[in-house]
Design a protein around this ligand. Structure first.
Ligand code: SF4
Ligand code: SF4
Length: 125
């Protein structure tokens, strides 16, 4: 560990430089392309095949009954529900889905007050 006096030249060297950190959450860094954040689910593209749930390595996807009115439901009457607290954001569900019904966004702000709030937001097409 440097002695206190040895820190002074270092301090003087870095004082005029821009901070390496940003004033989050008021200032945000750009999110790179391909970032895997919160999912978007396009319910009208989904046929309820369960491939996403089958391939999810953490078991974060559960198939639940599609409660929409008759005629609007998926072919199997089921649809996936993602529990974000169990998700490791690997992107496998987006690759397994044959219909492009699951996409990942650049949204990384996933903090919630309770685990029950950690279910993804559904987006209708
Ligand atoms: S991103 Fe990976 S861990 Fe998360 S729900 Fe999809 S397959 Fe499961
Ligand atoms: S989201 Fe895709 S993989 Fe999952 S049940 Fe729907 S169609 Fe099948």
């Amino acid at each position: 560990m440097p002695r206190p006096a040895a820190i002074i030249p270092l301090l003087l060297k870095h004082l005029p430089k821009k901070p390496a950190t940003v004033f989050y959450p008021f200032e945000k860094l750009p999110v790179p392309e391909g970032y895997r954040g919160r999912h978007i689910y396009h319910v009208n593209k989904c046929n309820g095949c369960s491939l996403c749930a089958r391939d999810c390595p953490t078991g974060a996807i559960t198939m639940v009954p599609d409660t929409r009115p008759e005629g609007q439901r998926t072919k199997t009457g089921k649809r996936p529900k993602i529990f974000l607290a169990a998700c490791m954001f690997c992107g496998q569900c987006t690759l397994s889905c044959p219909n492009g019904a699951i996409e990942m966004t650049k949204d990384y702000e996933l903090a919630a007050y309770s685990k029950d709030e950690m279910n993804w937001i559904e987006v209708e097409d």
